[in-house]
Design a protein around this ligand. Structure first.
Ligand code: AVI
Length: 311
């Protein structure tokens, strides 16, 4: 793990346009900051999707079209379970197994304790792994509903999202369903405020990546010499996060055995949080052998959960 981390950090910082993979945000500290982000009012995504699960779960379940046979609810990148528990509670009485897949075994254990506390008797089969890697094994699963919530898809570049959707589509049979949460394009001010919040949580989340490199890879980043620098382009729907070097400086990382030079104002790209429109979502479906079966919006139309099935 450390080796892969070091390799990816080196590749990102050695490139002419510097970047770091956003999945390294999520160490213990990063997870804590992310919870703060999800709970702040400016980060509208959490409440928007929660509203869909609070108000439209019966319609969601009906749209799964499962008539008594056993099925699996496979959740990719399971998270804290706040949303899915709404769904699972109303699924009680159906013949199903809940299979969350997450890179962190800790996250799965925590989720298991929480869910079994709230839904005694829940058939829980957690699986550890990167979701890209486990998609192949999903082919063998009988009837299933795959969940990919919280706009996690937005953290993939368009080409990676395409690759991901093709793999999911290939793992699906004609009776399977796929439910994906997409954050929608909206007033750019609302989006900018969510990714450049007044509390500084998103700034800390972004800068924690440099702290993590210092902690785990023996880096000597001086954190206050970088600033959180987000931008949003409403045409492309890309909310991008950068870390900008406030002066000319050199940083050494023990684990890569290399030093990296930064110009004043030079930026490290750290994250994409893609915002979608319906046209793009339909195009994604068409390009990956899927069709949009049903859509579930929150009341402000900030967010959408889309149910797909095989074309
Ligand atoms: C996990 N993911 C959907 C979040 C997002 O909105 O892209 C991560 C995040 N980054 C900054 N704030 C939240």
């Amino acid at each position: 793990m450390i080796k892969t981390f070091a390799k990816e950090v080196d590749a990102g910082l050695d490139a002419p346009k510097k970047s770091l993979p956003s999945r390294y945000f999520y160490d213990k500290k990063g997870d804590e900051i992310f919870v703060r982000i999800m709970n702040m009012p400016e980060y509208y995504l959490t409440n928007a999707e929660l509203e869909i699960f609070n108000c439209q779960t019966p319609e969601l379940i009906k749209s799964f079209g499962m008539n008594g046979e056993h099925f699996e609810v496979v959740e990719l990148g399971a998270g804290d379970g706040v949303k899915v528990v709404k769904l699972l509670k109303q699924l009680v009485g159906h013949n199903f197994t809940y299979t969350p897949i997450d890179i962190s075994i800790n996250a799965i254990e925590k989720l298991k304790n929480r869910l079994l506390g709230e839904i005694p008797g829940l058939d829980f089969e957690g699986q550890q792994g990167e979701y890209f890697d486990v998609l192949d094994s999903l082919k063998a699963v009988g009837k299933k509903v795959i969940l990919f919530l919280g706009s996690n898809i937005g953290n993939l570049t368009d080409s990676r999202a395409h690759e991901f959707m093709v793999k999911i589509s290939e793992s699906m049979n004609s009776h399977d369903k796929l439910l994906i949460g997409f954050d929608l394009k909206k007033n750019p001010a609302v989006i900018k405020n969510a990714y450049n919040d007044p509390h500084g949580y998103t700034r800390d989340f972004n800068l924690n990546l440099l702290c993590r490199i210092n902690r785990e890879l023996g880096g000597d980043f001086i954190i206050h010499k970088f600033k959180h620098s987000p931008e949003y382009n409403n045409d492309t729907g890309a909310a991008l996060s950068y870390l900008e070097s406030l002066e000319e400086q050199t940083v050494h990382i023990n684990a890569t055995g290399k030093s990296y030079k930064f110009r004043k104002g030079e930026r490290i790209h750290t994250e994409i949080s893609r915002k979608y429109d319906l046209e793009t979502i339909h195009k994604i479906a068409k390009d990956t052998g899927l069709i949009v079966k049903k859509t579930f919006f929150d009341s402000r139309k900030y967010f959408i959960d889309v149910l797909f099935e095989k074309d």
